[in-house]
Design a protein around this ligand. Structure first.
Ligand SMILES: [Zn+2]
Length: 386
């Protein structure tokens, strides 16, 4: 069943329903079940699909790694990085895409689609190829070749469309319904449901001990909602004994959720003139923003922003520990640092940072770093290496 947590309306999960009539997003409801604790690694108990409906490229089961340097620097007991760049197309999006493809197949769709220029476009194109389904990928008219090629390589129907981006999004929903294309955009219910597996894995990798904080870079808001739902599932299955607190991490240059959180508002407003190096989370009017605000308050969470130079610094610090994330993926470290300075996260706490995607996704960020190397002649080698 799909449920709107805002107005309480319910919808049949075996229908292509993408949003509540009230305008808010929908969540897949897991209704428990016998022996859940014994079957915890069986994803079928959490998703309403048959095993044969899944098309997997091996998404999920990404590493969770403790970084002693971060813990020492921040005065925390443990800081772990959930490295989502280890997914098949190098971002967390593969989890939600796999769940959406299973849903689309269960409903009998033969065509899938998305509106994106980044991680989601590549992910949907790859899974379309793997599933033998036509993938229709719509991107903005000004998207450059560097971003088109890594999507085109999977062989989708790739359309670069002139015109306003928000209209493109709405047209995709309308035409998808008319033409029978399952549009798995940013916060559709099964994409959000796919993100639950991040919570399942964190719990399992920690021996079912819940961290004090989970820090999530937030754009549309679907990933954070999915992770919250996952921890709720674990709690209701009796696998864990409490909920973590959540830190919604945004770039200050595009921080509509932080603005509404600080103002005590229940609804977000469009963010004027967004600009940030963290392109992957540059969404000025997140479709799940209102829902994220409600969930943060419910579980004692916070929303914080990071300045541009703090994001660049965090990207460098992540890399110097062996993690090369795209700028958006490094916003959590910057925000956790700010949260410690503001006293929002207590000394000795434990935290998990969600590193959502690979640094190779956005090579323009190299320009923000003073990267160095030296040239030398072969005969000078010994001297240079001393
Ligand atoms: Zn509703």
């Amino acid at each position: 069943m799909l449920r709107c947590k805002s107005c309480g309306a319910n919808y049949d999960a075996r229908t292509p329903t993408f949003r509540c009539e009230c305008g808010e997003p929908l969540d897949l409801v897991w209704d428990g079940g016998e022996g859940a604790a014994e079957k915890r690694t069986d994803r079928a108990i959490f998703f309403p699909f048959e095993e044969g409906e899944w098309v997997s490229l091996g998404e999920g089961n990404t590493p969770l790694v403790s970084v002693k340097d971060f813990a020492d620097e921040l005065g925390l007991a443990d800081v772990q990085v959930k490295n989502e760049s280890a997914n098949p197309t190098w971002s967390f999006k593969d989890r939600g895409t796999a769940a959406c493809v299973a849903h689309a197949r269960a409903l009998g769709f033969s065509r899938i689609g998305t509106v994106s220029t980044g991680n989601m476009a590549a992910s949907v194109a790859a899974y379309g190829a793997a599933a033998g389904m036509e993938a229709v990928i719509l991107v903005k008219g000004d998207t450059d070749e560097e971003k088109m090629a890594p999507v085109a390589i999977y062989g989708p129907t790739l359309l670069r469309v002139e015109g306003a981006y928000d209209k493109l999004y709405k047209e995709s929903i309308r035409l998808g319904a008319e033409l029978g294309i399952y549009f798995m955009n940013s916060d559709v219910p099964f994409r959000v449901a796919g993100s639950r597996t991040i919570a399942f894995e964190i719990a399992e990798q920690r021996g079912f001990s819940v961290p004090d904080w989970v820090v999530v870079p937030t754009s549309a808001g679907g990933n954070l909602r999915g992770i919250i739902n996952g921890f709720e599932d674990l709690l209701s299955a009796g696998l864990t004994d409490r909920m973590p607190r959540f830190l919604c991490a945004q770039a200050q240059g595009c921080s509509p959720i932080v603005a509404a959180f600080d103002a005590g508002e229940e609804r977000i407003k469009p963010f004027e003139s967004p600009h940030t190096i963290a392109h992957a989370i540059e969404n000025p009017f997140p479709p799940s923003g209102n829902r994220v605000l409600a969930e943060l308050r419910r579980y004692g969470g916070v929303a914080l922003g990071a300045k541009e130079k703090e994001i660049v610094k965090a990207q460098k610090h992540m890399a110097r520990q062996g993690f090369f994330g795209q700028p958006a993926s490094c916003v959590p470290l910057a925000c956790l640092r700010n949260a410690r300075e503001e006293g929002l996260v207590a000394e000795g706490s434990t935290a998990v940072l969600i590193m959502t995607g690979s640094g190779l996704k956005y090579t323009a960020a190299f320009q923000a770093h003073k990267l160095k190397w030296k040239d030398c002649k072969l005969k000078e080698l010994a001297e240079k290496m001393r």
